[in-house]
Design a protein around this ligand. Structure first.
Ligand SMILES: Cc1cc2nc3c(=O)[nH]c(=O)nc-3n(C[C@H](O)[C@H](O)[C@H](O)COP(=O)(O)OP(=O)(O)OC[C@H]3O[C@@H](n4cnc5c(N)ncnc54)[C@H](O)[C@@H]3O)c2cc1C
Length: 456
């Protein structure tokens, strides 16, 4: 049950919040990526009378956004060796494949996962355990190389045991889908506010009552949920400093990490060959590095892949306080990609396409920032320091595919009805494993990947 609230959620610019009374439930969701939008959508569908406000520094239809969720395309797969995420991803895929709101954005091209461990077997076993039938198999390398017209014939198969081919997975047109679902949520009654949040606001008892924007406006609600992705540790640091509630800080729970993506402009002939390709993955173990993926071409005939290096950006956020955070520029300087990172990402093209990609025209580079936990689990949890404050983010480089169902679970968390297993897995306070075994953990530092002149 959602409890009634202490104050109405509206812009009460610079007025005291304590005098506000309310009659309806009110929710402030900070951040309009997949976690925030899904939460707003599920909330307004289940509680049409609730006051739901979604706040983001960028307009949802802006041409340029910092959200990790705002992208040309994202892999939508249920190929997980962790059965919890396998099940969750299948639930999300069922929505992508059947609900008219989501269907236009999903493309069931399949995935082609080059495995260097028992990954294929583990995934296939999970499908079996969950009683799900799918066109999924572990294919010997020789046979796999000939599939899809030999598109991945030149790929690197060093140390490869087999290739996981799942024809029921695919990809989503990520930014278009994010925009469409946000628009739908707004039509259903969600209020969208374009503003950058500077700090959280608390009453004298340390109860979170809302946020203050950089412009100085105050927004209030009884439930404040942070879906702020890679910015979350910084927002909590600034809020800890302004409120004196030092335990607000994320500490080692969340680390902001950046990954470079590169887009190749295909000519007509290559486009014809690659248009219906599956999503490609190069799977590695933690001692080698993170998995690398390549997505099928967009409608503009651009083929995308991401790089082999995931990096932190550790900086002094306040005197004596060092955390990893996106660069301070309003757009996270996401289009300013150093020569060293461009060089680094060439490797991704080589391990998928070898000589096929030698003459492709490289058109775009972007650095995408996400929030990571050591285990790769999300955080969907009340914040233990302040009543009324909740956290729902930490996609840990794999959160997009759950977009259709994330909000359902965030709502369960807000209502206190999340299953004990998920509540523990996604808790703010829990025992976190050493990241040594997590191949996706950000290990490099951005300052070491800049060009010499920009280090000055
Ligand atoms: C290169 C790359 C490739 C990926 N590929 C895949 C994939 O193929 N499949 C997959 O499932 N996942 C993928 N992911 C992961 C996925 O994109 C993320 O896990 C997911 O999008 C995170 O969603 P989010 O809502 O937590 O954060 P975001 O999408 O980053 O959204 C956070 C939002 O909060 C807003 N915000 C932050 N601070 C403030 C503030 N102070 N005031 C106002 N607004 C604020 C931001 O503007 C932003 O819009 C990939 C990630 C990257 C980086």
């Amino acid at each position: 049950m959602l409890r009634p609230h202490l104050c109405d959620c509206k812009n009460i610019s610079r007025r005291a919040t304590s005098k506000m009374t309310l009659s309806k439930p009110s929710f402030l969701i900070i951040g309009a990526g997949v976690f925030g939008v899904s939460t707003a959508y599920h909330l307004i569908k289940k509680h049409p009378d609730a006051l739901v406000t979604l706040v983001d520094r960028d307009a949802f239809d802006a041409d340029n956004r910092v959200a990790a969720s705002w992208d040309w395309n994202k892999a939508v797969r249920a190929d997980y060796d962790d059965i919890v995420y396998c099940k969750l991803a299948l639930e999300a895929q069922d929505v992508f494949k059947s609900d008219p709101l989501w269907m236009p954005y999903f493309h069931m091209t399949g995935v082609y996962w080059i495995c260097r461990s028992d990954y294929a077997k583990d995934v296939i076993n999970n499908y079996k355990k969950l009683g799900r039938k799918a066109d999924i198999s572990a294919v010997p390398v020789d046979k796999a190389r000939k599939m899809y017209g030999g598109l991945f014939d030149d790929a690197d198969y060093t140390g490869v045991t087999e290739v996981l081919v799942n024809r029921t997975s695919g990809w989503a047109a990520a930014g278009d889908c994010l925009r469409a679902v946000t628009k739908k949520a707004v039509e259903l009654g969600v209020r969208y506010v374009t503003a950058e949040v500077a700090t959280l606001q608390f009453d004298d008892g340390g109860h979170c009552r809302g946020v203050k924007t950089v412009r100085g406006d105050v927004l209030t609600a009884s439930h404040v949920t942070l879906c702020t992705g890679a910015f979350t540790p910084k927002l909590l640091e600034l809020s800890a400093a302004s409120s004196g509630l030092t335990d607000l800080r994320a500490g080692s729970r969340i680390v902001a990490g950046g990954i470079t993506t590169e887009m190749a402009q295909l000519d007509e002939k290559s486009y014809e060959r690659f248009a219906s390709m599956p999503v490609g993955f190069q799977g590695y173990t933690a001692d080698i590095g993170p998995f690398i993926g390549s997505l099928p071409p967009t409608k503009d005939k651009e083929l995308k892949w991401w790089g082999q290096t995931i990096f932190k950006n550790t900086r002094e956020v306040l005197p004596g306080r060092y955390i990893s955070m996106p660069p301070p520029e309003r757009d996270y300087a996401q289009w300013r990609v150093s020569g060293r990172l461009k060089e680094d990402i060439r490797h991704a093209s080589n391990v998928f396409y070898g000589r096929k990609g030698a003459n492709w025209k490289i058109e775009k580079h972007r650095i995408c920032w996400d929030a990571f936990t050591t285990s790769g689990d999300f955080i969907i949890s009340p914040h233990s320091t302040s009543k009324g404050l909740y956290v729902a983010t930490c996609g840990s480089f794999h959160g997009y595919k759950f977009f259709p169902v994330l909000g359902k679970y965030v709502l369960q968390m807000l209502e206190g009805s999340l299953s004990p297993e998920l509540a523990l897995k996604w808790a703010w306070d829990r025992k976190r494993p050493d990241p040594a075994l997590n191949p996706e953990w950000p290990r490099a530092e951005m300052k070491d990947l800049l060009d010499p002149s920009s280090k000055l």
